[in-house]
Design a protein around this ligand. Structure first.
Ligand SMILES: [Zn+2]
Ligand SMILES: [Zn+2]
Length: 337
């Protein structure tokens, strides 16, 4: 039995009561997990840009009160009826995809990321800005037992969405990353481990992010307004700025692809058809599947990823969100209860 499980921790959560307002630190009432569910003692929870979109009311139908957070690392402390895995004491991750119907045309077609009636952790069900969370067992991800919980947390969304985006970018050798934050710093390492070249595009003048990208092995780093040092085979846009989409499109070769990785983005400005011509493509990435999670954590490149994190106590979640919103972070913010 891990000692963490026997430490008394008064259950608490950071709760969103109204979009646009600060989260409130409140006691959490623990209920026994329902059928097919597990209750998890949280070791760490990353702060993702999607949490900002929930808190700021930029996603549709945010129903409050809700506890944000979907990059959860923790240990199972109670299981509900019918659960054979995971077992108490086991370390698991809880990502954004919290549940699907397994009956709609998309689920039946292996595209559960597009489920018609999905559940999302920290959006439509309680998330991980808390000491404890209840999750559907079938949507938990097995995690390495010994790894540092804070280092693992950003992999649960920044890593997984980045992984899915990179797979959708194709096999091209030269990949451009627009917005060098939590996701890009993980994707850059994976792409380089796969033998690709990475060019990093940051906010104009953000020399710290550019130096960070170079330190991780990017062949080039500069402003998002700059031309790439050589034409790109593909670009992934992580920053929620629609103006970057035509900008990236101009940098990709014939047949190249621009992958939009964010759940929310400002409007994309008009652009000449010539920029899209020659079979260039613009695609978006929506959510993730359990196969994304399994393949990511099983890939040898994943084990070699080093995440750069900034720890915050749980009750400093508002500060972490502010720092992310203001672009003050190099790497990923992680809450530790
Ligand atoms: Zn479905
Ligand atoms: Zn996320």
């Amino acid at each position: 039995m891990n000692t963490l499980l026997t430490d008394p921790v008064a259950p608490h959560a950071m709760v969103l009561h109204e979009t646009g307002a600060a989260l409130r630190f409140e006691p959490l009432t623990l209920a026994p997990p329902g059928a097919g569910e597990v209750r998890i003692r949280i070791e760490a929870c990353g702060v993702c840009r999607t949490d900002l979109h929930v808190v700021d009311g930029e996603l549709p139908h945010v129903e409050t009160p809700v506890v944000p957070g979907h990059e959860i690392v923790g240990r199972v402390e109670a299981v509900g009826a019918g659960v054979t895995w995971p077992v108490p004491g086991e370390r698991v991750g809880v990502p954004w995809l919290g549940g699907t119907c397994q009956a709609c045309e998309f689920c039946l077609d292996g595209r559960e990321n597009l489920c018609d009636t999905p559940e999302f952790t920290g959006y439509t069900r309680a998330g991980g800005f808390a000491t404890h969370v209840t999750a559907r067992a079938a949507y938990c991800v097995p995690l390495p037992n010994e790894a540092d919980a804070v280092a693992l947390a950003p992999l649960l969304c920044a890593g997984l969405i980045g992984w899915r985006s990179l797979r959708h970018a194709g096999n091209g050798r030269h990949v451009g990353l627009y917005g060098f934050g939590a996701s890009a710093h993980i994707v850059a390492q994976i792409a380089i481990a796969q033998g690709r070249e990475v060019s990093a595009f940051t906010r104009p003048g953000d020399v710290a992010a550019q130096a960070f990208a170079r330190s991780l092995g990017a062949r080039w780093a500069g402003s998002s307004l700059d031309d790439a040092p050589a034409p790109l085979d593909a670009a992934i846009v992580f920053a929620p700025d629609g103006a970057l989409v035509p900008q990236a499109l101009r940098q990709v070769k014939k047949g190249g692809r621009v992958v939009c990785a964010g759940i929310h983005m400002s409007d994309i400005p008009g652009f000449p058809y010539a920029w899209l011509w020659e079979e260039r493509e613009i695609v978006s990435i929506a959510n993730l599947t359990r196969d994304d999670a399994r393949s990511f954590f099983a890939d040898p490149a994943c084990a070699r990823v080093t995440t750069t994190t900034h720890r915050y106590p749980l009750d400093a979640a508002n500060q972490a969100l502010d720092d992310l919103r203001a672009g003050r972070l190099t790497g990923a913010a992680v809450l530790v209860p």
